[in-house]
Design a protein around this ligand. Structure first.
Ligand SMILES: Cc1cc2nc3c(=O)[nH]c(=O)nc-3n(C[C@H](O)[C@H](O)[C@H](O)COP(=O)(O)O)c2cc1C
Length: 249
């Protein structure tokens, strides 16, 4: 095998054959890992606008698709709490939860495993104090992990020094918890997680355009600094993708 074969092996479909014969945790009837991380006891929570009450985002899909671009310049204007609620629901919003069969959300996920957590570096959202938050999909709330005023430099550094990220009203950092997908897919999990992550970011692109905001996928983030910013251990949970969002100038 060449180095290139090794590097791309996880993206190929070669392992499905072996997976069919494997004793996975699911086949051993091991309970699946929790579908979401808990909010620490006593942490401040922010209630979001419920999906049924959203009034933003009703632009037609065809208009959104006509406009979609990667946006790297953001206005000073804040996002409203309703706009942020819409972006979170569009990217990880829960439709239904099933005991052993995962959850159904606004994005698809291999085996309904949904291996991601959503962290936000909030800089300018009306009514939300600046800081690092995690989205709670069950409760449709934010959990405040850390208050922090001077986030611009930390966000820029976590985004690999890409300065426009620090100018965003809010920056999404998505982590992966591989155990959720590995419970069902074992050796095929890395391929599924990589495929899943694209759906998150594409929904964010479309939802952002629908509210006059913009985003830019960030693949070239700094792994160590991004993990540290959101408090991920870098092994059981690690940042897989980031995306700054702001109103379009
Ligand atoms: C997986 C992925 C990673 C990306 N990483 C970065 C990045 O780190 N920095 C950046 O400025 N743009 C990044 N982009 C945005 C691309 O450069 C952009 O999509 C491309 O230039 C096409 O422009 P468009 O999105 O406006 O069509 C990324 C896009 C994708 C899909």
């Amino acid at each position: 095998m060449t180095d290139m074969d090794t590097a791309y092996r996880f993206l190929r479909a070669d392992d499905w054959q072996a997976w069919r014969a494997m004793e996975t945790d699911q086949r051993r009837r091991v309970p699946p890992p929790p579908m979401a991380l808990p909010c620490p006891d006593g942490a401040t929570r922010v209630a979001l606008v419920p999906p049924d009450a959203l009034t933003v985002g009703s632009v037609s899909l065809i208009d959104v698709l006509r406009r979609r671009r990667s946006r790297r310049a953001y206005a000073e204007a804040p996002l409203s709490l309703e706009e942020l609620s819409f972006l979170l629901w569009a990217t990880q919003g829960l439709h239904a939860e099933r005991a052993m069969e995962g959850s159904l959300r606004t994005v698809p996920s291999g085996g309904a495993r949904h291996p991601f957590e959503t962290y936000l570096a909030v800089q300018r959202v009306t009514g939300v104090a600046p800081g690092i938050y995690r989205y709670l999909p069950r409760e449709h709330q934010l959990c405040l992990l850390r208050s922090q005023d001077d986030l611009a430099d930390a966000v820029t550094a976590a985004c690999g020094g890409q300065g426009f990220c620090g100018q965003a009203a809010v920056t999404f950092f998505w982590t992966a918890i591989p155990a959720r997908t590995a419970w069902r897919y074992a050796i095929v999990a890395p391929k599924i997680i990589a495929q899943d992550s694209g759906h998150l970011c594409q929904n964010l692109y479309l939802a952002a355009e629908a509210i006059g905001a913009g985003t830019c996928a960030i693949g070239a983030y700094d792994q160590r600094l991004a993990d540290a910013l959101v408090g991920a251990d870098g092994r059981n949970e690690f940042v897989i993708y980031a995306a700054p969002v702001g109103k379009i100038v």
